[in-house]
Design a protein around this ligand. Structure first.
Ligand code: MLT
Length: 266
């Protein structure tokens, strides 16, 4: 693990391998650990950078809200610090929201996009109310109170049933996230813009990945995104819920690797 101090925050990240750079952004309230298998596998052929977003993992906790624009700016500054002009940028769920913001702000720096278990739409009024009250719950009762409601929706039924050890490991990672960061990310997601109009502006190679059993961002949403992004490729990961890189790491790495191999980065 390495650390870098950007304008107002110190971020932790891993940077492994050489070749086409790929920045992979985790979701909420996760950390760069969700990409550990992907990084180990793909860094044999590519340069894989996996940061902890501010407040998450080993990165510094700063006051919220963590808007998607702020998180995207952190990612651009990280690439600056690593002297990377252009990269494939990908994100899972909240990481996908950050990827959309990155595309809007820094599209000249994007070689290709990977949208993993994410959605383009903004929160509706009811979802905003839930985000606000969940942020309050995190601050008053701690991250555990938020995570316990989330876990059954994060994973495929088969993962929950057959892989109790993995489920316990994931829970243990989630509850480590600082309640202030949980609230900061929730409030940032609450006010994120609708990225649906952004989809038609995407003119770089795009891979969409979704777990077949994803309850939070189901395959129907992924298919809808695919229909709105010119030339986008969709891969469905069997026996995975919202976290394919953790639930089915080999299949996920194979899909990302095949996408990167085909990119023309000349
Ligand atoms: C995530 O996995 O990042 C979250 O499910 C995103 C969200 O709550 O919208």
């Amino acid at each position: 693990m390495a650390r870098v101090t950007l304008r107002d925050v110190t971020l932790a990240y891993d940077d492994e391998g050489t070749g086409v750079p790929m920045l992979l952004i985790h979701g909420f309230p996760l950390g760069r650990w969700i990409w550990d298998d992907t990084r180990t596998s793909l860094s044999k052929r590519f340069r894989v950078i996996t940061p902890d977003l501010r407040g998450h993992g080993d990165s510094e906790v700063t006051p919220g809200p963590y808007t998607m624009d702020l998180l995207a700016e952190d990612m651009a500054r990280l690439l600056d610090a690593l002297r990377i002009d252009r990269a494939v940028v990908g994100g899972l769920s909240m990481g996908g929201y950050v990827t959309f913001a990155f595309w809007r702000k820094f599209r000249d720096r994007v070689l290709g996009l990977i949208l993993c278990d994410t959605r383009a739409a903004a929160d509706g009024p009811g979802e905003k109310v839930v985000r606000q009250s969940t942020a309050q719950t995190a601050l008053e009762r701690g991250t555990g109170a938020v995570v316990d409601g989330m876990l059954p929706k994060l994973l495929a039924p088969r993962t929950l049933e057959d892989r109790k050890e993995l489920v316990a490991r994931i829970r243990e990672r989630l509850v480590r996230t600082d309640p202030k960061a949980v609230a900061g990310a929730l409030l940032g997601m609450k006010d994120r813009p609708d990225s649906t109009p952004t989809l038609a502006t995407i003119d770089v190679p795009t891979l969409i990945v979704v777990g077949a059993d994803d309850q939070l961002t189901p395959p129907t949403l992924a298919r809808d995104m695919q229909s709105r992004i010119k030339g986008a490729v969709l891969e469905v990961v069997e026996n995975a819920g919202h976290l394919p890189p953790v639930e089915q790491p080999e299949a996920t790495s194979r899909m990302l690797g095949a996408f990167l191999e085909k990119l023309d980065c000349s």
